[in-house]
Design a protein around this ligand. Structure first.
Ligand code: HEC
Length: 107
C-alpha cells in the first residue's frame, strides 16, 4: 500500500518534468531544423529574432506569428515561391512548428 502510493506520487511528480524535458528537446531540434537541417534552410529566407536570422525573402515570422498548424502546412505543402520540404522527417517538421509558434508567441 505505502509503496504503491509512493510510486504514484513519484509518477505524478515526474510526469510534468518529463513532458517539459521533451518539449525542450523538441524546441532545440526545431531551432536546429530552422537554422541547419532544412534544405534550403528556413533562415535563408525568413527573419526570426530567436534564431538570429535575417532572411529577406519570405514574411518576417516575428510579425506573422504563425500557429504550429500553419507552419506545418507551409513546410509540407509549400506556399507560393516557398518550396515544400522533401527531406525533413515528421518529427523535425513538428519540432520546427512548435519552435516557431512558441518563440513568436502564437501557439
Ligand atoms: C526559398 C525561400 C524560403 C525558404 C527556404 C523557406 N521559406 Fe517559408 N516562405 C517563403 C516565402 C516567399 C513565403 C510567402 C509565400 C506566400 O505567401 O506566397 C513563405 C511563407 C512561410 C510561412 C507562412 C505561410 C502562410 O500560411 O502564410 C511560414 C510559416 C514559413 N514560410 C515557414 C518556413 C519554414 C519553417 C521554413 C523551413 C523549413 C521555410 N519557411 C523555408 C520563402 C521561404
Amino acid at each position: 500500500m505505502r509503496l504503491s502510493g509512493l510510486l504514484i506520487l513519484t509518477f505524478a511528480l515526474t510526469a510534468p518534468i518529463n513532458q517539459a524535458r521533451s518539449d525542450n528537446a523538441a524546441m532545440a531540434l526545431g531551432k536546429k531544423v530552422f537554422l541547419e537541417l532544412a534544405v534550403p534552410q528556413c533562415a535563408l529566407c525568413h527573419t526570426l529574432a530567436d534564431a538570429g536570422s535575417t532572411g529577406p525573402v519570405g514574411p518576417v515570422l516575428d510579425d506573422l506569428k504563425p500557429t504550429a498548424d500553419r507552419v506545418r502546412t507551409a513546410v509540407t505543402k509549400g506556399v507560393g515561391p516557398m518550396p515544400a520540404n522533401t527531406i525533413l522527417t515528421r518529427e523535425q517538421i513538428d519540432a520546427v512548428a512548435l519552435y516557431i509558434s512558441t518563440v513568436t508567441g502564437a501557439r
